[in-house]
Ligand binder design. Structure first.
Ligand code: GDG
Length: 464
């Protein structure tokens, strides 16, 4: 069996429990074949030389972790700049926030070249490479330039926008050409795959060879939708572990007289938090029976704090929460409990389980794992209701959630009310279907399906 090499911006030690579903799933795969996980170490070297970085190699069980330090200049241009100041906003349909003219592209290319150069020193014949996410789109092209002939797959965790939006990126042609250096491209949803297909045919003159294979720039790439899942069993075990149960019981006692709604995400403008708070406020105005009763716990864990757009969002949220609590709160009831803090992963399932309703209402999201975690943590006998944005990749699979348009504040408020009022039997039926779905297409299925498609491609090429 080929050795698996995973490359991602950040590397997690798969032996550590706090690592989360993705790290656990990739760790499983790496442990099976013995593998290498390569990425940024998380260290920023002030005054370091751009395009240079020390490589650290350590063994974590059967997995080799190889990580690179970045100079402050590279970190600013590659990570904060091009990745999170250009690609992240554009891919989430926020052209207004993209900083096209800041010259970040050179650092983005430089770091991808640095990664390629150092990774080449670690590769063995027959390795299969799996590269993750928007930080590393040109990595395969850089590796090919250095003579790498291995099979390389790419998975995009965030959405791929429609043709016209993608074409607004000054370097879009270069990015798309780089995508053809891969053998397999994985997207989260059918919608992303369609955007890719339309874009490459319209902008790159690609020929559709059928079965999602496209030919352009003298290369053939296969593309597919591989919706990422969670480790349902791991999450169910967390739900029944001590911390999960403690959290559940504490919250249940505290909120026994209230209807609890929950929102959990990284603080990010793609997650639709201001719109959600406005919808909650409209709920209280339109359906006064929720006064003194419905309580929204919103966890917005700190993320990319060193970027200005995130500071603006933080201020907007604080002022919205303050206004709702000021206008509607009573001495014994606060409508919104807002936390700008990270909650320990072991406590999340208890919180999900005690909630009557989860609000997962991003304006745009590649998949959204919180939606799936919420479903996994529910008591099947008395499950909570998932209110899910139709613009999350997860909506393609989770059709039995209550789907909303997060831009439609009144419509969202009505749907939240429907969720709060939903009879037990309907909740049970919807939950059963959702659970079946996340179990069938869990994170192990995702990983196996992607790697099988990447391996199958190798076999079909050999027989050509
Ligand atoms: C990207 C794509 C895609 C959140 N707050 C806390 C916390 N979390 C955990 C959740 C969940 C994870 O973070 C968030 O995953 P999402 O999928 O919801 O969103 P992104 O971080 O934007 O992830 C997304 C994903 O990649 C995978 O492909 O689904 O579309 O944007 O696991 O539980 N965890 C802890 N404390 C918190 O306060 N411990």
């Amino acid at each position: 069996m080929s050795r698996l090499v995973v490359v991602s911006n950040r590397v997690a030690d798969p032996r550590k429990a706090a690592a989360g579903g993705l790290a656990v799933a990739l760790g499983d795969a790496l442990n099976t074949t013995g593998g290498l996980w390569f990425g940024w170490s998380g260290t920023v070297v002030e005054g370091g030389m751009p395009g240079e970085g020390e490589l650290h190699v350590q063994q974590a069980g059967k997995v080799t972790l190889a990580t690179v330090d970045l100079s402050a200049e590279d970190h600013a241009g590659y990570y904060l700049g091009y990745s999170n100041g250009v690609l992240w906003p554009v891919f989430h349909l926020r052209l207004d926030l993209a900083r096209f003219d800041a010259g970040y592209i050179s650092a983005y290319r430089r770091v991808n070249r640095l990664f390629a150069r150092l990774l080449m020193t670690q590769l063995k014949p027959g390795d299969i490479l799996w590269i993750h996410d928007y930080h590393l789109i040109p990595l395969a092209a850089e590796l090919r330039t250095l003579g790498c002939t291995h099979r390389i797959g790419f998975f995009l965790h965030i959405p791929l926008p429609p043709q016209q939006v993608l074409a607004a990126i000054p370097q879009h042609e270069w990015l798309m050409r780089a995508m053809f250096a891969y053998d397999l491209l994985g997207f989260q949803s059918e919608a992303d795959l369609q955007n890719f297909s339309r874009y490459v045919q319209a902008e790159a003159g690609a020929v559709d060879l059928g079965e999602n294979r496209f030919r352009a720039f003298n290369r053939t790439v296969r593309a597919g939708a591989f919706p990422i899942g969670i480790d349902v069993d791991e999450f169910a075990a967390l739900t029944h572990a001590k911390e999960g149960v403690d959290m559940y019981e504490r919250m249940k006692a505290e909120y026994s007289r209230r209807k609890l709604l929950i929102g959990v995400e990284r603080l990010d403008y793609s997650k639709g938090l201001p719109q959600r708070l406005r919808a909650f406020k409209t709920l209280l105005q339109r359906y006064p029976e929720n006064l003194r009763s419905a309580t929204l716990i919103q966890i917005a864990s700190p993320s990319r704090e060193d970027m200005g757009t995130y500071t603006d969002l933080l201020q907007e949220l604080e002022s919205l929460c303050g206004a709702i609590n000021g206008d509607f709160g009573e001495l014994d009831w606060m409508p919104v409990r807002y936390m700008h803090r990270n909650v320990a992963r072991k406590r999340l399932p208890g919180l999900y389980r005690v909630a009557r309703v989860a609000l997962v209402t991003p304006l745009r999201d590649g998949m959204n794992l919180v939606a799936k975690e919420f479903v996994a943590a529910q008591d099947p006998a008395d499950p909570g209701v998932l209110v899910l944005s139709r613009f999350a990749g997860a909506a393609e699979q989770l059709q039995d959630a209550l789907l909303v348009n997060p831009y439609d504040i009144d419509g969202s408020a009505d749907t939240i009310q429907q969720a709060l009022q939903m009879p037990l039997q309907e909740r049970q039926i919807r939950h059963q279907k959702l659970l079946r779905n996340i179990r069938t297409q869990d994170v192990h299925w995702w990983r196996q399906t992607f790697l099988q498609a990447l391996g199958d491609g190798a076999r079909s090429q050999e027989t050509m």
